[in-house]
Ligand binder design. Structure first.
Ligand code: DP6
Length: 405
């Protein structure tokens, strides 16, 4: 899309990129600059219809320097991670021509031209909901389209990785593996798709957002502390994860929910133990698991149900246990795929108050209800990878001024 600014033009691209939740975690780097991990990881991409980043990028000879606005605020682009992504993308940019508008950009021009980036998350930034994953993946994907970079998604994933590790997995939909790679230059540390979102579309994911505040410790410093202080993390990376990755790949290929749940839960327990240096709990896994759970980088719980029926029962239990404050609007308390709420038989707040205690709670009359402890719930499912939004009305950049709309 291009428009004239006086005699100058503005050329822009808008893209939407999903977030992802790891079921076998990335925790620990072997190279902080290139963001190379110490183990492979596997994630599920979440439906961008519910959680996503939208980014518009524009180039114009009228722009005097690179600028970025995140969620309505201009922020600095001087950080090494942004700069590394820019350098990688500019070196792969190719010639672009729009004869109708009289726009011609050669490969060399991209080194001198500046870009404007405007990005929005439709969910809380840095609350642990992998906003950096969706954000950096979207930045790299949209700039790659603008700059006519001809590399495939796995090459782009290696660039997004340099912005934030988990971002490399957001270049694909469905079920994604980040291969740690062996090369010192990181060229083989890329994401690959294990299966697309249609492969296992029974899964329902419910996220309990307990805090929309920014998390206190960044993943980067948390990982650094663990790698420096924990001998066990080396054991996890070398001995535990490789076996678990193989088993998880098999569980996904076969849609084997009990194994999927056992592996995801085991991984988060080991992971939380390493982060907190506490004692790992002993867990007894049952073969009839209906729900898997994990956490992202923040305190929010992510519950993955085996199908819609289980998800509706789970949501009833969650709403019984964590009812909203009385002044809450149900529409903003359960967001995303609201059909699960319907399946759970809940149409308004009165239905939540009228929920009968689930049988397992009835036997324990001392069980409390934790009103207001959860800010809101998001119901979602596995979703697709990044897409370009061709409809100009969805652009976040004013085509006349090149500034945020
Ligand atoms: C717990 O990708 O946010 O979510 O590479 O330093 O930017 P940086 O970290 P980031 O870490 C994510 C950690 C995690 C696990 C995971 O997503 O695999």
């Amino acid at each position: 899309m291009a428009a004239e600014v006086g005699e100058k033009w503005v050329l822009s691209v808008t893209a939407q990129t999903p977030t992802n939740i790891a079921v076998i975690k990335y925790w620990g780097k072997r190279d902080e600059e290139l963001i190379l991990p110490i183990n492979d990881s596997i994630s599920v991409t979440l439906d961008p219809g519910h959680l996503c980043t939208t980014t518009s990028v524009a180039v114009s000879p009228a722009f005097t320097h690179d600028r970025i606005w995140l969620n309505g605020k201009e922020v600095s682009l001087s950080g090494g991670r942004f700069q590394n992504c820019f350098r990688e993308l500019r070196s792969r940019a190719t010639d672009f021509e729009d004869e109708n508008r009289g726009i011609k950009i050669t490969k060399k021009d991209w080194e001198k031209l500046h870009v404007h980036i405007v990005s929005y998350n439709n969910f809380p930034t840095a609350a642990g909901l992998a906003s950096s994953a969706a954000g950096l993946a979207c930045l790299v994907f949209s700039l790659a389209k603008l700059m006519n970079v001809k590399e495939d998604h796995s090459k782009l994933s290696a660039i997004a990785r340099q912005g934030s590790g988990s971002a490399c997995r957001s270049l694909y939909g469905g079920f994604v593996k980040w291969i740690m790679g062996k090369e010192d230059n990181g060229s083989d540390s890329i994401a690959v798709q294990l299966a697309d979102e249609k492969h296992w579309d029974d899964l329902v994911i419910i996220i309990a957002v307990v805090s929309s505040k920014q998390k206190e410790t960044s993943s980067t410093s948390g990982m650094r502390d663990t790698v420096e202080t924990s001998a066990l993390i080396k054991h996890r990376a070398k001995e535990v994860v490789p076996k678990r990755i193989k088993e998880m790949e098999e569980a996904i290929a076969k849609r084997d929910f009990p194994s999927f749940a056992r592996l995801a839960c085991a991984d988060i327990h080991r992971h939380e133990f390493l982060r907190n240096q506490g004692s790992p709990p002993r867990l007894d896994y049952k073969d009839n698991s209906q729900v898997a759970y994990t956490f992202d980088a923040g305190p929010n719980a992510v519950l993955i149900s085996k199908d819609r029926k289980t998800a509706a029962l789970l949501l009833q239990r969650l709403l019984f246990q964590f009812p909203p404050q009385s002044d809450t609007d149900l529409n903003s308390y359960v967001i995303g795929d609201k059909t699960i709420l319907k399946d759970a038989g809940i149409e308004d707040l009165k239905d939540i108050e009228a929920l009968a205690p689930p049988p397992e709670i009835k036997e324990n009359p001392s069980t409390q209800r934790y009103r207001g402890d959860v800010s809101y719930f998001i119901c979602t499912r596995p979703g697709r990878g990044p897409v370009v939004l061709a409809d100009e009305s969805q652009s976040l950049i004013n085509p006349e001024t090149g500034l945020p709309k």
